[in-house]
Write a protein that binds this ligand. Structure first.
Ligand SMILES: C[S@@+](CC[C@H](N)C(=O)[O-])C[C@H]1O[C@@H](n2cnc3c(N)ncnc32)[C@H](O)[C@@H]1O
Length: 290
């Protein structure tokens, strides 16, 4: 099955409105949507919607979204190669900077500026290149929390490419457990930890939520970061409370702006207190303590 990228360009404000409206329109199908800054000075942002085999219908609905927003923008199409399209499309991605980190592919190893912490991510089958607002939000808060709170161990639940686990291990040489429901992601995570020279600190395990003996063996955790989605995060709130150390910090993302209050309430009900919320590209990243 080939994949199609439907894309258009707009200024930051319109791109954010389009992104939010597309999220709502395609919520059921869960098609990946991305916003990339193409040219900061000229305020050009590219919004992309990735669809499998129903590009005509998706384009018609995308056009409807633009009409509802009173925006007239040409939609362009790109048919992505069937094999390894993730790797191919990521080859062209620019490095991303957030929280003092630069997340880059092998082709941009030399791009790091003085003082930046570089994280190399192999374009692969797992989520997490830093280009998504949720990952960038987590990176920013992690940089702050690890430096200020000095946790002695950490958990990255829903690790994907392990970008966040690697970020923690590069900030502080502490043990980081990196787990994912998807065994392919766990494999990619372990490979990326090796690539970044932190495999002594990052242990990758396949687990659904907290359903694995490794959590009891390695916890409680002084820092937990979880970039999943609002629904699973709310369901996981009681388990998070059981696995967080006293005065521990928790960073949650994958939450749409309008879902932030509900997620916060689920965690406050478990004895967490809200410290700060960071908003990025329509996504909220919550920082809580318990
Ligand atoms: C949005 S990605 C985040 C990847 C990476 N941490 C980042 O911030 O870029 C979410 C990841 O969580 C995993 N996941 C989803 N539900 C999960 C669950 N209940 N338990 C563990 N992992 C889960 C998915 O397989 C996916 O790799």
């Amino acid at each position: 099955m080939s994949q199609t990228r439907l894309h258009l360009t707009a200024g930051r404000e319109d791109a954010t409105r389009i992104f939010d409206a597309l999220e709502t329109e395609f919520e059921e199908e869960g098609f990946p949507i991305a916003v990339l800054e193409v040219d900061e000075e000229r305020d050009i942002h590219e919004v992309s919607l990735y669809v499998e085999d129903e590009a005509d219908d998706a384009e018609r609905r995308m056009r409807g979204v633009l009409t509802a927003l009173s925006l007239a923008k040409p939609i362009e199409r790109e048919t992505l190669p069937e094999i390894d399209w993730v790797a191919k499309s990521l080859e062209g991605l620019k490095p991303v900077r957030a929280g003092g980190f630069i997340v880059h592919g092998a082709h941009d190893r030399d791009e790091a500026r003085e003082g930046e912490i570089s994280i190399e991510i192999e374009a692969g089958l797992a989520f997490g290149t830093g280009h998504h607002g949720t990952t960038a939000g987590c990176l920013e808060l992690l940089a702050e929390v690890v430096r200020e709170e000095k946790p002695r161990n950490a958990l990255d639940l829903g690790t994907g490419s392990a970008v966040l686990a690697i970020a923690v291990a590069k900030l502080a040489p502490i043990p980081v457990l990196a787990t994912d429901i998807d065994p392919v992601a766990t494999e990619v995570a372990a490979g990326n930890a090796r690539l970044n020279g932190v495999s002594d600190h990052v242990e990758a395990e396949t687990a659904t939520g907290f359903d694995h003996p490794v959590f009891a063996a390695r916890g409680p955790f002084e820092l937990i970061v979880a970039n999943i989605l609002a629904g699973p995060l709310m369901e996981l709130a009681p388990s998070m409370a059981r696995h967080i150390a006293p005065n521990g910090s928790i960073i949650l993302s994958g939450i749409l702006g309008r879902q932030a209050d509900a997620v916060q309430a689920a965690y406050i009900a478990q004895g967490f207190r809200h410290v700060r919320t960071l908003h990025k590209e329509g996504w909220a990243t919550l920082y809580l303590k318990r």
